[in-house]
Design a protein around this ligand. Structure first.
Ligand code: GLU
Length: 458
């Protein structure tokens, strides 16, 4: 039997998907998966000007990419729909009459106001610069799973239907939570100031209160402010475009405001689900750290088998024009085996591996000058070339290569490392890169000999 826990992620489609929203979705999703509950996706699209179908797709695509499947919501359905607020207008209007009839709402200046209970008096409000009516009632206690006991008071009646007849956010948010049977409201701390209004509405409507969990804000990497959509790294689409692994993005997002009990920070989603507790979410704000996110991504990449890694990398390398469609898979895997640990993201791979697959790769002129100053790189390559030509295709491996370099170095009274830099430069145009023998082996006999012969002749 599934658990009675029902949580919801309630985004307003704005055309982009902020990582703060993604983390709110994630904490809801984790809680549902941990408890066997239901994860509802509800679209708060009452802002008519901004409501466009493509904006919704941005959210749905990002959720799907991150692996957060929803149990009820758009494209999925469920028993509590419709899941778009724009389609629930009649329901909201039925509440209007109900609140007016019960005396908990009244009409003023064409709008409908929610009426607080308590002792009324007027006070001069310096911010509004006029007299206002205030209501004194005992402070309400919100037992927040993250913030603990929060004491708040709502002091003024507030609008629930504007003069154009449209219901406001507070009301529709609460009506939907009631109608959708939401048991836990997990949302950003920026909504904490709305919660007293929501609690008043729940009570006035005779509905049980949900459990609240207000999760900390995400601060920008380099300042006191909240991360805005303009900050680098703020949007989920960006990570998708930069070929981050979704498992790594999810892993990093959950570290923004939560620490696994066993202290490990890099972990797969099933272990995150096992360890996740809302009561362990931090009260303090989290700070976005791009380097840490890169690190988590690199760690997730390391855990891939070479065939999985190549499966991820190959389309990216092909799209970048680096790997040809007909490049043999075993050569791609050989090259990736020696290169993968030298790059921290799939995005860096095309630039890094270009010389392995194409002839039009960059030559580092500084390395050329440096080598020329130190000695005669062409002579070193010419000395070792016949030994390499003598290695047959079926024996082109690191052991045979190492033996060839050792023998030639010994015969000439040199150190084998004296050949490394000239040969590396001749085959890659670079002064550094993957480990020497594994690289020469992975490039393959044909490619290495061709480039060395050209270097000697050039
Ligand atoms: N639509 C609101 C938002 O995007 C959701 C508020 C809530 O989760 O209660 O911030």
């Amino acid at each position: 039997m599934s658990s009675p826990i029902r949580v919801r992620f309630a985004p307003s489609p704005t055309g982009f998907f902020h990582i703060g929203s993604a983390r709110t979705a994630l904490f809801n999703w984790l809680y549902a998966r941990k408890t066997g509950g239901t994860f509802v996706l509800r679209i708060e699209d009452t802002d008519k000007e901004r409501n466009r179908p493509e904006f919704l797709q941005v959210i749905l695509n990002s959720l799907r990419w991150l692996g957060m499947d929803w149990d009820e919501g758009p494209e999925k359905g469920g028993n509590h729909g419709p899941y778009f607020q724009s389609e629930r207008g009649a329901l909201y209007q039925s509440y209007r009459q109900r609140l007016l009839d019960s005396g908990r709402a009244y009409e003023k200046d064409g709008a409908v106001w929610f009426k607080l209970l308590g002792e009324r008096h007027t006070e001069f409000d310096p911010f509004l610069n006029r007299e206002v009516e205030k209501v004194k009632s005992p402070p309400m206690i919100i037992n927040d799973l993250v913030r603990g006991r929060v004491e708040r008071a709502e002091e003024r009646d507030f609008v629930i239907f504007r003069s154009d007849g449209e219901p406001v956010f507070h009301l529709v948010n609460v009506i939907d939570d009631i109608e959708m049977g939401i048991t836990h409201v997990i949302r950003g701390e920026d909504h904490l100031s709305n919660t007293p209004k929501h609690v008043e509405l729940f009570k006035a409507l005779g509905a049980p209160l949900p459990v609240y969990a207000h999760i900390p804000l995400i601060l920008k990497s380099d300042g006191p402010g909240k991360m805005s959509k303009r900050d680098k790294g703020a949007l989920v689409e960006e990570y998708q475009g930069r070929h981050f692994l979704p498992s790594a993005v999810v892993n990093y997002l959950c570290l923004l405001g939560w620490t696994p009990k066993d202290g490990r920070e890099v972990l797969p989603i099933n272990e995150i689900i096992d360890q996740f507790e809302l009561t362990d979410v931090h009260q303090g704000n989290a700070r976005f750290d791009e380097r840490k996110m890169m690190h988590v991504n690199a760690e997730h990449l390391k855990q891939k088998t070479i065939s999985d890694y190549a499966w991820l990398a190959r389309p990216i390398l092909t799209a970048a024009g680096v790997v040809a469609e007909d490049e043999p898979e075993d050569r791609v895997q050989k090259v990736l085996t020696v290169c993968r640990d030298k790059v921290s993201s799939l995005d860096d791979l095309a630039g890094f591996t270009r010389f392995c697959f194409r002839e039009d790769y960059a030559i580092d002129e500084k390395t050329r000058e440096g080598l020329a100053k130190k000695g005669d790189p062409k002579a070193r390559v010419a000395e070792i070339l016949p030994d390499l030509q003598a290695i047959p295709e079926n024996n082109w491996n690191t052991d045979a290569l190492n033996a060839a370099f050792e023998a030639r170095a010994a015969a000439l009274g040199k150190k084998k490392t004296e050949f490394f830099q000239p040969v590396r430069f001749a085959v890659s145009g670079q002064g550094s890169g993957p480990d020497f023998f594994p690289l020469i082996a992975a490039l393959g006999r044909e490619c290495v000999l061709r480039r060395l012969e050209k270097f000697v002749a050039g």
